[in-house]
Write a protein of this length. Structure first.
Length: 230
């Protein structure tokens, strides 16, 4: 009787040991399965998102350059993109802020009905909101990824010319068009943070005959950081 109990207990122990060994082998096969290490990065499989914050030098061009004759570092942009992995494209929107100021020495300005002695202060302000599309060279995980970009939208723009406390000028919502190029550099190949450098040409048709302006156009060079996620 005791021998039968011992045999039964031994059979049960051997059964559970066998189940344990089978599970261990299967687990080892799952862990060692090479396909798990060959899956593409999520950035290559899914649409991802990117936000960029940049700032830098703005230079007035054309008739605005003649009116302003000064550059600015008060030139910022916040952009949000939807990045598509298969065609190297991204689309999104950007919100910008630019402020130019130029002060001329005090002098006497003569008019038909009199003259005024004043320090002339010329200012140009623009807040563009644009829809942007970009084409990139290289896949989304490339450490260095050049791009070209175009955008259309609207901007609230104001040109003001102060003679002391008196001012002339105009403001309003205007059409805006942009075109540019740049490069994005990931700080690590599969990381989330990178460095962005770029330049854009921005055209705002804004005609003010009294100031000799045909448009408020500028070239903007910016540097900053971007963050991506999926």
């Amino acid at each position: 009787m005791k021998i039968r109990k011992v045999k039964t207990i031994s059979a049960i122990v051997l059964f559970f040991m066998g189940v344990f060994l089978v599970n261990m082998v299967e687990a080892q096969q799952v862990i060692d399965r090479p396909q798990l290490f060959k899956r593409e990065s999520p950035y290559l499989r899914y649409t991802s998102y990117r936000v960029s914050l940049t700032g830098g030098l703005g230079g007035a061009t054309g008739s605005l350059g003649d009116f302003m004759a000064a550059n600015t570092f008060r030139n910022y942009s916040l952009a949000v993109d939807f990045v598509f992995p298969k065609n190297n494209m991204s689309v999104g929107f950007a919100i910008g802020s630019q402020y130019f100021v130029n002060r001329l020495p005090r002098q006497v300005y003569e008019y038909d009905n009199g003259a005024i002695s004043a320090v002339q202060t010329r200012t140009v302000t623009a807040y563009p909101i644009t829809l942007i599309g970009s084409y990139h060279v290289g896949d989304v995980n490339a450490r260095v990824r050049p791009y070209v970009q175009a955008g259309l939208g609207a901007a609230f723009a104001e040109v003001a010319n102060y003679y002391g406390m008196l001012s002339t000028g105009d403001n309003g919502f205007k059409f805006v068009a942009q075109g540019g190029a740049g490069v994005r550099v990931l700080l690590s190949k599969t990381g989330n943070v990178g460095l962005e450098l770029g330049a854009t040409y921005q055209h705002i048709p804004f005609k003010i005959e009294s100031e000799g302006l045909n448009a408020a156009s500028s070239i903007n060079a910016r540097v900053g950081l971007f963050y991506r996620w999926w």
